[in-house]
Structure formats: C-alpha cells, structure tokens
Design a protein around this ligand. Structure first.
Ligand code: PEP
Ligand code: MN
Length: 353
C-alpha cells in the first residue's frame, strides 16, 4: 500500500503518520519525490481498509493498494516517479535514471593484467565512458576455463580507477568477497547466473553500494523484478536492472536473444533505471553497434559494452568484444541517436566530436 501525502505536508505530521502506522505493525518507508512525499507500506496489509488509514491525518491525500507481487520496485510505490540513482565516482557524480543522460559502461569481460586494464580504461574514458567494467571473479560454464584473477584483479581495478577517475563495476559471486570487492567497486554487479541467489541478494541488499542486477538467462520479467525486490526489501534501493539477452529456441547466429522490449515493459512496471548489455545479448562484436543504437532509441538509461585491446587474445568473451578503436567510433555513431533522444551528455558530445 502507499500513502500519498498532500503537497506541503509538515514534516512532523509525516513522522506522526509513520509512527502511527508502525504501531499498527506495519513497516512504513518514507519516499521523498520531486513533488510529494509518499509513505510506502509493506507488511500484512490485506485486511486493512484504505479508509481507515485515510482517517489518520487530514494531510493524507490518497491511500492506494499496490496489487502487484513486487511492491518496492513497482512504479506505483514511488507514485509514478522514476528513481534517480546517483553513483559517486572520482570524476564526479553519475546519475542513472529515466530523466538522466545516457550512462556508458565499457571494459573487458575479465581483468587480465595491469597493462590491459589501465590501457582499456584510458581508451574507454577518452571515448566517453563514465564507468569501467571488468571481472575479477568470473562465472564460467567450464571449471577449466579462466576463472578470473580474484582479489589481485580488484587491486588492478583500483589502480585503473585511480588513473582515470572512472567508476568501477565488477561482479560479486561469493558473499565472502563482499568486503574487499565493495572497497573497489562503485557499483556491484550480480550476474545473470546469480540473479536468483537469494542469500546473495539479501547480503548486497544489506549494504550501501549500488547494485547492477543482470537478468537471469531464462528469467521472466516478473522473476527479475522479484529478485530486485529482495535487494530493496533488505534496505538497498539503489538497483539498476541490466538486460543481457535471454535463452530462446535460436542461438545459432546470436548467443542470446536481446530482449529490447524489456525497456518499455520495465518502464511501465518499475521506477528502477535500465541498462542494456548488447555484448552478452548478441555474443558477436559485429552485432553490438546496431543493438546499442536500438537500445538508446528504445529508451535505455545506460549501456554496457565489452571492449578489449586485443579481442582475439581475450581470456573470456573475445568474440563479442570491440577493439578500443571500434568502441571510439561507436560512441560517435551513438551520439546521433543519443542527441535525437535528448539523452546525450555534453562530455559525450565533446568526446564524439
Ligand atoms: C559479464 O558481465 O561478463 C557476465 C558474465 O555477464 P552475465 O552475467 O550477463 O553473463
Ligand atoms: Mn563477459
């Protein structure tokens, strides 16, 4: 349920309403929007009569029931307002959200060595990216494939952050690595394979770093949103949803089926920001540019693109990685759509000249 307070409601009155509802055994959560304050109520609200809540204060404008299974992530929970997730990076704050400029995340699949990660970081920054991505811990189908360099790779990411000022996005697979990883990451990635690792979701929900939640490869939109709900329910409302392609009957030519229809669907269902990963979505570097372009046109809030200085020699996901030169020209191509959609940052525009 949500309780919408009237514009100009006095702070003490909002607190009084929250305290009153708490004494009824509910868990009120104050959400400050651009225009109004909304009090979200999660708990046993089935038998509650909205009129009964309405009587608590003359400052209550409306009481609405959230019918969906997912509550906190639902668009209604914020009374239709999109979330603006602010991530502090050394280069300054970066905003993810429906009304924000497009955010570009780029970098290799795995952190391989110091030279390749700092070189890639420099190149993607020069091209216009705000975040460097790169895995220290890699979820691989085969136990014999390269698993990532682990903690030492976190050190290399920290060095690349220091050298370029880019924010860092890297994947957490095991809760035991949370602390050292959160020291380096500005955003913690939960990968497709762990989307429904509920104990991991609870752990990252109980800490402060923003979370990038990738869609499970066979997850429905509802399962994905319920996974995000775990993180919000544990206390962390800074979640970005990343579509990275799903399994369908056809994987002969593209690795996955990139579900771009997820963009308008998510937009209608949730207030959380959206990211598209056309690299894992298609699995082939040659298909990445057109899907990146389409993602912006469809309204994505951010893009994640794999870039490697020498894709032929990459330890993981080489075939889908762009060279730094190709990424640089891609950002220039993207600027056309980005500007048309009014989602292009000045810095991107400058990098794209
Ligand atoms: C990745 O980002 O390199 C990755 C492993 O992604 P996903 O979880 O989407 O497969
Ligand atoms: Mn990868």
């Amino acid at each position: 349920m949500i309780v919408i307070m009237k514009i100009g409601s006095p702070e003490p009155e909002i607190s009084r309403v929250s305290e009153e509802l708490e004494s009824w055994g509910l868990t009120p959560e104050k959400i400050v929007g651009k225009h109004k304050v909304v009090i979200g109520l999660v708990g046993d609200t089935v038998d509650l009569d909205p009129l009964q809540i309405q009587e608590v204060s003359p400052w209550i404008e409306q009481v609405l029931r959230v019918e969906k299974q997912f509550k906190r992530v639902s668009r209604e929970y914020r009374h239709g307002e999109a979330s603006d997730i602010v991530v502090q990076t050394p280069n300054g704050p970066v905003h993810f959200g429906e009304h924000q400029p497009l955010v570009i995340v780029a970098g290799p699949c795995s952190v391989e060595n110091e030279e390749m990660i700092t070189e890639t970081a420099r190149r993607v920054k020069a091209a216009g990216a705000q975040f460097l991505r790169g895995g220290a811990y890699k979820p691989r189908t085969s136990p014999y494939a390269f698993q990532g360099h682990g903690e030492s790779a976190l050190g290399l990411l920290a060095a690349a952050r220091e050298a370029t000022g880019l924010g860092i996005i890297t994947e957490l697979m095991d809760a035991a690595d949370l602390e050292p990883l959160a020291d380096v990451a500005d955003v913690i990635q939960i990968g497709a394979r762990n989307m429904q690792n509920f104990s991991l979701l609870k752990k990252v929900g109980a800490q402060d770093k923003p979370i990038l939640l990738k869609r499970g490869m066979s997850a429905t939109i509802e399962e994905w949103l319920m996974a995000a709900e775990y993180i919000l329910a544990a206390g962390n409302s800074n979640v970005i949803l990343c579509e990275r392609g799903i399994r369908t009957f056809d994987n002969k030519y593209a690795r996955n089926t990139l579900d771009l229809s997820a963009i308008p669907v998510l937009r209608s269902l949730t207030h959380l920001p959206i990211m598209i990963d056309p690299s894992h979505g298609t699995g082939k570097a040659e298909y990445v540019p057109s899907m990146a372009m389409a993602s912006i046109a469809a309204g994505t809030d951010s893009l994640m693109i794999e870039v490697h200085p020498n894709p032929a020699k990459a330890l993981s996901d080489g075939p889908q990685s762009l060279t730094p030169d190709r990424f640089d020209s891609l950002v220039k191509e993207l600027s056309v759509v980005g500007k048309a959609m009014n989602r292009w940052l000045l810095e991107h525009a400058m990098a794209a000249v």
